[in-house]
Ligand binder design. Structure first.
Ligand code: UDP
Ligand code: MG
Length: 349
C-alpha cells in the first residue's frame, strides 16, 4: 500500500482545547466509515491554551494524525494555507476544528469529487447559534463581494470545502500574504460545485473573529479580488463635478435675479469643504489599503514560521516563497539555439 493517503483533512486550531477530542473522534469515525485512506493535519496557530498538548496526545494514539505548530498566531487563513502546503492526499478537505462544519458532511464532498468535480464547496443553507448581526453582515458581505468581483465566488460558503490535488498544487504556488482562501480556490477554476449543509453552533469556546478581524478579513477579500473601490472614485468625482457646475449656474442665476447678497453665507462653504475633505480622506484610506498590501507583498516574508511538527515525514517541507519557485518551464537547449541574438531582436546590428 502506498504511504500516500487519498484524503488529507486540514483543520486550523487556535485555542480549541474543548473541541479537539470530539472533533478528532468525529473525523475519524466519519472517514473510517467510507473506506478511504486519510490523514488529519491539525495546524496549531499559536494556541495559548492546552490545545497543543492535546493534539500531541491525540496524534500519539493515531498515526494518521499530524500536527504542525506555528511559532505564533498567524491567523486562520495562513493556518489553512500551511495545512494545504503539507497535505499530500489526492484531495484536500478544509474544515474548522470547532465542529461548526460537521465532519458528517465530508462523505458528500468526497462523493462529488468522485463524480469528477475539482472543488466541492459546502454552502451554508442555515447558520445556527450565530448572532443576528453576524448572519446579516455575512449575508450582505458575500453578496457585495459577488457583485464587485470578476471571479465567481459562491455566496454563503466558508472555507469548508474539498479540493482536488491539482487545485491544491496551484494554491501552493500562490504565496500572497493577504489571503482569502475561498476566493483563491474559486480563482483557480476547473470544475466546481457545492453541497448544502447546516452550519452548527460552536460546541465549545468563542468565535475568534471579533468585529475588528471581520472587517480586516472583508478588506482582504475585496482588495484581493476587486479594483471596484478604486474605480468607483471616477464616478464620484464626475458626479461632484457635474453637481458643482449645476449649483454654480443656479446660484449665479439667483444672484442675478435677487441681488448680490443672496447666498453670501460662509456656513454652506464650510459644510461643503468638510464633506469633500471627508470624501477625499476616505478615498485616501482606500488607496492606502492597496498600497500597504503592495508594500507587504514586496517584502516577501515567509507566510508562517513552523516551530515544530509531529507525525510528518521530512520530505514534506513546504514551499515557502513564490520567488524560489520555477514558475515557468526552463527553455530547453533547442529553443535557446533558435533564439536570435539580442541585436537582431532590437533590429540593430
Ligand atoms: N482559527 C485559527 N487562527 C485564528 C483564528 C481562528 O486557526 O487566528 C481557527 C479556529 O480555531 C477555528 C477556525 O479557524 O478552527 C475558524 O475560526 P472561528 O470558529 O473562530 O471563526 P467563525 O466560525 O466564528 O467564523
Ligand atoms: Mg467557528
Amino acid at each position: 500500500m502506498s504511504a500516500r493517503p487519498t484524503i488529507s483533512v486540514v483543520a486550523p486550531v487556535y485555542n480549541e482545547a474543548g473541541n479537539l477530542k470530539r472533533f478528532c473522534q468525529e473525523v475519524r469515525s466519519t472517514l473510517d466509515g467510507i473506506d478511504e485512506s486519510w490523514e488529519l493535519i491539525l495546524v496549531n496557530d499559536g494556541s495559548t491554551d492546552a490545545s497543543h498538548e492535546l493534539m500531541l496526545q491525540l496524534a500519539e494514539t493515531d498515526a494518521r494524525l499530524r500536527v504542525i505548530s506555528f511559532a505564533r498566531n498567524f491567523g486562520h487563513q495562513i493556518a489553512v494555507t500551511a495545512g494545504i502546503d503539507y497535505a499530500c492526499g489526492r484531495a484536500v478537505i478544509l474544515i474548522d476544528a470547532d465542529l461548526q462544519d460537521p465532519p458528517a458532511v465530508i462523505p458528500r464532498l468526497i462523493a462529488k469529487w468522485k463524480e469528477g468535480y475539482d472543488v466541492v464547496y459546502a454552502i451554508r443553507a442555515e447558520r445556527r447559534g450565530e448572532s443576528l448581526w453576524k448572519r446579516f453582515s455575512a449575508k450582505v458581505f458575500y453578496r457585495l463581494l459577488h457583485r464587485i468581483t470578476d471571479i465567481d465566488i459562491p455566496v454563503d460558503t466558508g472555507d469548508f470545502r474539498l479540493m482536488d490535488e491539482r487545485v491544491a498544487a496551484v494554491l501552493r504556488q500562490m504565496r500572497e500574504h493577504y489571503r482569502f482562501v475561498r476566493g483563491l480556490t474559486s480563482w483557480v477554476g476547473y470544475k466546481q460545485t457545492g453541497v448544502e449543509y447546516v452550519r452548527e453552533e460552536r460546541v465549545w469556546g468563542e468565535t475568534k473573529y471579533p468585529l475588528r478581524k471581520m472587517i480586516a478579513f472583508a478588506l482582504d477579500a475585496i482588495t484581493s479580488f476587486s479594483f471596484f473601490p478604486l474605480q468607483i472614485m471616477i464616478f464620484i468625482s464626475l458626479s461632484l463635478a457635474v453637481a458643482s457646475l449645476l449649483v454654480g449656474i443656479v446660484i449665479s442665476g439667483l444672484r442675478l435675479a435677487l441681488g448680490e447678497e443672496f447666498f453670501g453665507g460662509q456656513s454652506t462653504t464650510i459644510i461643503l469643504l468638510l464633506l469633500l475633505s471627508a470624501f477625499q480622506l476616505f478615498f485616501l484610506f482606500i488607496i492606502g489599503q492597496y498600497v500597504a498590501r503592495i508594500y507587504d507583498e514586496s517584502r516577501d516574508r515567509p507566510l508562517y514560521i513552523v516551530a515544530s511538527t509531529f507525525g510528518l515525514t521530512e520530505s514534506r517541507a513546504p514551499v515557502q516563497r513564490a520567488r524560489a519557485l520555477p514558475v515557468m518551464a526552463q527553455p530547453n537547449a533547442e529553443t535557446i539555439e533558435q533564439t536570435p541574438p539580442e541585436a537582431e531582436i532590437d533590429g540593430r546590428v
